[in-house]
Design a protein around this ligand. Structure first.
Ligand code: NAD
Ligand code: IPM
Ligand code: MN
Length: 349
């Protein structure tokens, strides 16, 4: 029987709460099958840093690298906590994993499931995927500050866009569009960011020649936020840079019923490194430890994980169980555990 080595990083805040439910559903979907998930838990995040001063050691990274895939809850402390100023959990842990493991595709599907009370009066059919570049853009840390803290401070954060990095994620997006509704929208800000926007536009135009049946569209990012609210049904595959993709996918989560439902995969399509699956949301310190978090985003991330591993039937069973749960959710509040139990029960039924 096949063994999948899974690294589990529950993280901080609501991370451990939602991961408990995600693992419960993973167990339900795979129990009795031929695939055994051999799990290693990694204690990483703000809590570990505050205890030990460590963020992500080389030993941690090497150990994680030896797994087949990663399931992550959320990491990070209370925004603005002065004790975490230098730790930089976001850069030193989350982005370090994405960069070191070459997660160049940050896959963020957005679907409005029947029965979800979203904020839009007439949402229409919403079913699109944001292919967010994961290793470049303004995220790389190519910046610095001089005369820091003085009235003459100069602070720069340069967006890095390489032809290699942009082309590979654009190719992935076109291939995904071929398997979906054959519609691809590039989102950028070419009217202002002429250099970064220019390379994205050029490479999309070039790769488009190899996909004559994919309809290609372009939107400036500000206009894209309008259409995500007024006509989200127009989108199928959106390809965009790291920062625009971050912002658009929180908005996409909100229009499809809330951030508690939004799943993501940080994919290394070449398979040289383990891919990492996590909810789009963060550690939500405002509701942590209260059983108020919706674990659905983490559970749908398990579905993406199963799909990535080629376990398509299992992935489909998880998604179907979530759809059923959402359709029958009602308005009575449920705890994190109750939602996880309900979805796991549907998977096993
Ligand atoms: P957040 O996503 O943690 O929270 C934003 C709002 O959404 C909060 O009101 C929160 O209660 C709510 N929310 C989030 N997930 C929810 C869920 N599953 N169910 C119900 N409500 C939910 O964003 P933030 O407050 O900006 O960040 C908190 C910390 O998390 C920061 O340290 C940030 O850097 C970190 N963060 C980590 C990740 C990650 O690990 N992938 C992602 C985003 C933010
Ligand atoms: C996300 C988060 C991260 C990002 C942060 C915590 C580094 O917001 O996964 O969307 O900006 O990518
Ligand atoms: Mn984000």
């Amino acid at each position: 029987s096949r063994v999948v080595k899974l690294a589990v990083i529950p993280g901080d805040g609501i991370g451990p709460e939602v991961i408990t439910e995600a693992e419960k559903v993973l167990d339900a979907a795979t129990s009795g099958g031929d695939v055994r998930f051999e799990r290693t838990r990694f204690s990483l995040g703000a809590a570990r840093f505050l205890e030990t001063g460590e963020t992500l050691t080389d030993t941690d990274l090497d150990a994680i690298r030896s797994h087949d895939a990663i399931l992550l809850g959320a990491v990070g402390g209370v925004p603005g906590d002065p004790r975490l100023k230098d730790a930089n959990i976001e850069r030193g842990l989350l982005l370090k994993l994405r960069f070191e493991l070459d997660h160049y595709v940050n896959l963020r599907p957005s679907k409005l499931y029947p029965g979800v009370p979203g904020p839009l009066a007439a949402p229409g059919d919403i079913d699109f995927v944001v292919v967010r570049e994961g290793t470049e853009g303004p995220y790389v840390g190519n910046g610095g500050s001089i005369r820091t803290g003085t009235p003459h401070e100069v602070a720069n954060e340069t967006s890095v866009n390489t032809a290699f990095g942009v082309e590979r994620v654009v190719r992935y997006a076109f291939e995904l569009a071929e398997r979906r509704s054959k519609k691809l929208t590039l989102v950028h800000k070419t009217n202002v960011l002429v250099h970064a926007g220019g390379i994205w536009k050029r490479l999309v135009d070039e790769v488009a020649l190899e996909h004559p049946d994919v309809a290609v569209d372009y939107l400036h990012v500000d206009a894209a936020t309008i259409f995500l609210v007024t006509n989200p049904g127009r989108f199928d595959v959106i390809v965009t840079d790291n920062l625009f993709g971050d912002i658009l996918t929180d908005l996409a989560g909100a229009v499809t019923g809330g951030i508690g439902l939004a799943a993501s995969g940080n994919i290394n399509p070449d398979g040289a490194f383990p891919s990492m699956f996590e909810p789009v949301h963060g550690s939500a310190p405002d509701i942590a430890g209260q059983q108020k978090a919706d674990p659905t985003a983490a559970i749908l991330s398990v579905s993406l994980l199963l799909d990535h591993l080629g376990l398509h039937d299992e992935a489909q069973r998880v998604t179907a169980a979530v759809e059923d749960d959402i359709a029958n959710r009602g308005t009575a509040p449920r705890t994190t555990t109750e939602i996880g139990d309900a979805i796991a029960a549907r998977v096993s039924a």
